[in-house]
Design a protein around this ligand. Structure first.
Ligand code: ZN
Ligand code: ZN
Length: 352
């Protein structure tokens, strides 16, 4: 295992930048916020730690990219910033989630609320769920894994037509696996950053996906007819678990982060780290490092503590949803909850 440690002076200039106006803008953070962000860069920080590389198949080894500091994010002419007429994130659910009636609505509502806390200050709205048939997309059976897959590009075409005028972006989510073109095995998601849209599948976040016994594998070689979507009517969707919810929240916020123009993080452990496989995405923390946090804060303009409080509230409100058929499964978020409490303590502590 290799530890990707950057000298603290380097991280400081990555966070503050070298441009006078951006350093001045940084000075507008409160004293507590500045101390919080800068202490996070120290090697001894209990809140933010160095990225670890575990194998050659990890993202950074497999996909060398230029790292993005705050300044290069800020000066990127292609990044998108919400404005007063475009400050809503729309989520379009495609097909069903969970293994019972009514679960899809509940699950995507949890995701919606999570995104609204994560992108604090923006509205997140759900568009009415659509069936696979309604998207008119091409589909196939994957010849290796025998599961059904949807054509990601066709889904983007569908989303383009559905994108409301006041949308900052529209993201499609589905529990059915995706493929980008015939020659590819699969894709986790596909996005058009300039058009502010993306589509992502959580199918491979089911613990059983790669098992022989995976219930989404079609038993016999059936002949699919283009345009005949009846095969999706009784198609398997995995049961909702706390781990699936955590993975879905992380993926969705990571992908929407790209729509803001935030690139893969190579500075500290961060939800914006690239990920090549499930182990690696599970290692990623659910939230942003100080550098990516400044990028998002500059695009939206929240107080850091308000955003952390909203995320904490999302986890702690789990008990309230017990009136529904199933309560929000937040067991997998408990470490994150403790982390948020520590961050809020730090931000409130002005005795130093
Ligand atoms: Zn990414
Ligand atoms: Zn980061």
């Amino acid at each position: 295992m290799q530890c990707l440690e950057h000298p603290v002076e380097k991280l400081r200039s990555v966070l503050l930048s070298t441009r006078k106006d951006l350093i001045e803008a940084y000075e507008e953070y409160s004293r507590e916020e500045k101390r919080f962000l800068e202490e996070g860069l120290l090697p001894v920080s209990p809140l933010f730690t160095a990225i670890t590389i575990h194998s050659d198949s990890d993202w950074i080894s497999a996909h060398p990219e230029d790292p993005q500091d705050f300044q290069s994010f800020y000066t990127n002419p292609y990044r998108s910033t919400p404005d007063s007429g475009h400050k809503t994130i729309y989520i379009q659910t495609i097909g069903s989630f969970g293994d019972g009636a009514g679960i899809t609505e509940q699950y995507v509502e949890w995701l919606r609320e999570y995104c609204e806390a994560f992108y604090y200050g923006l509205m997140v709205k759900l568009l009415p769920t659509v069936t696979v048939a309604a998207t008119n997309c091409a589909f196939r059976v994957n010849s290796n894994t025998n599961n059904l897959q949807l054509h990601a590009g066709d889904l983007l075409e569908f989303l383009k037509k559905r994108k409301p005028k006041d949308a900052f972006c529209i993201v499609g989510i589905t529990m059915i696996d995706l493929y980008p073109k015939d020659s590819w095995n699969f894709v986790f998601g596909q996005a058009s950053l300039t058009e502010g849209m993306g589509v992502f599948s959580f199918a491979r976040y089911d613990n059983d996906f790669y098992k022989r016994s995976y219930a989404g594998r079609l038993k016999k070689a059936i002949k699919l007819k283009p345009g005949d979507y009846s095969v999706f009517q009784s198609y398997y969707t995995p049961p909702i678990s706390s781990t699936l919810l955590l993975r879905s929240c992380k993926t969705l916020t990571h992908e929407i982060g790209h729509i803001f123009g935030v690139k893969h993080c190579q500075w500290l452990q961060c939800v914006m780290q690239g990920s090549n496989h499930l182990d690696e995405s599970d290692r990623r923390p659910p939230d942003l490092c100080p550098i990516c946090l400044r990028k998002l804060q500059c695009a939206i303009g929240f107080r850091i503590a308000d955003r952390y409080k909203a995320l904490l509230q999302w986890i702690e409100n789990a008990a309230e949803s017990s009136e529904h058929q199933s309560g929000k499964p937040t067991q997998a978020f408990q470490y994150f909850r403790q982390w948020l409490c520590k961050c809020l303590c730090k931000l409130a502590d002005d005795t130093l």
